[in-house]
Design a protein around this ligand. Structure first.
Ligand SMILES: [Zn+2]
Length: 268
């Protein structure tokens, strides 16, 4: 059983498919690495009269605010590189009235054992927080960008958020301009845990990208392209920084004055 998707929903899913292909070609989405979701609640139309024929999955401890929300989510154990066929590796879920479970109403390869990403709690909590703070961000991208992860393996950047941001911002003006709030570093936490969800929600209240120490990065945007851009630009800074070191010299780096001038002139 599957519902019929309207054009707005199809368009957002097609952006996810395109972005997933970038993630894979960059080497950031090995095997089943990474996950993507969209809060479709405001644009979804055509909910079925009855949900009896759809797979129902119970959940524990999900926020009550998730009730009746509709999300597109990639599937657990699925390859992002196969998102050119989204109905096979992703699904659309609708939470019930009490947020004690959800129905899978589209996709999931018509397989009753299909489940959304194991990071579902993080995705749902972030979406709810974005709604609560009046943000228009409706898409979340989590991926494994090589150079950003590499930075977190250095003891200093593992804990010092300010040093991390200065290192990537000072590599080229665009990083300062297009990741204006910088990245937030969360301590290493078990993937899929509620603790990781809460740390990520907190990081994204003041930063454009949450860096999961020794794991990956997560960002939100109005659509999949915008969420990808934040991570892509931050990773560009990390790449330049590390390439300088690999070439045998420390990066000269723009000065704090140079960075402050950008903030002032461009109103960042
Ligand atoms: Zn991951």
């Amino acid at each position: 059983m599957s519902v019929i998707l309207n054009d707005l929903v199809k368009e957002e899913i097609s952006k996810v498919s395109e972005v997933a292909s970038y993630l894979f070609s960059k080497g950031w989405a090995e095997r089943n690495g990474g996950n993507i979701s969209i809060n479709l609640t405001e644009i979804f139309t055509g909910l079925p009269e009855s949900f009896d024929e759809f797979t129902y999955v119970s959940v524990a401890n999900f926020p009550k605010e998730a009730a009746n929300k509709v999300f597109f989510v990639t599937g657990t154990g699925k390859r992002l590189r196969e998102l050119n066929k989204p109905e096979k590796v992703s699904c659309i879920i609708k939470f019930d009235d009490s947020a004690s479970g959800y129905h899978i109403i589209w996709g999931g390869n018509n397989d009753p054992s299909f489940r959304p990403t194991s990071e579902l709690i993080s995705h749902v909590k972030i979406h709810l927080d974005k709604i609560a703070e009046g943000s228009d961000h409706r898409t979340i991208v989590h991926t494994h960008p090589i150079e950003l992860i590499c930075m977190t393996h250095y003891y200093r950047f593992n804990t010092d958020e300010q040093a991390f941001n200065f290192a990537i911002w000072s590599t080229l003006p665009e990083v300062r301009a297009f990741v204006p709030r910088g990245v937030g570093i969360t301590p290493y936490t078990l993937p899929g845990s509620e603790a990781l969800a809460d740390l990520t929600v907190a990081a994204l209240r003041s930063k454009d990208v949450a860096i999961w120490n020794l794991h990956g990065a997560l960002a939100t945007g109005r659509d999949a392209h915008e969420a990808f851009d934040f991570i892509d630009v931050a990773n560009k800074g990390a790449t330049i920084f590390l390439k300088c070191l690999a070439s045998g010299f420390s990066p000269l780096g723009m000065s704090q004055e140079n960075l402050d001038e950008l903030v002032e002139v461009f109103g960042l």
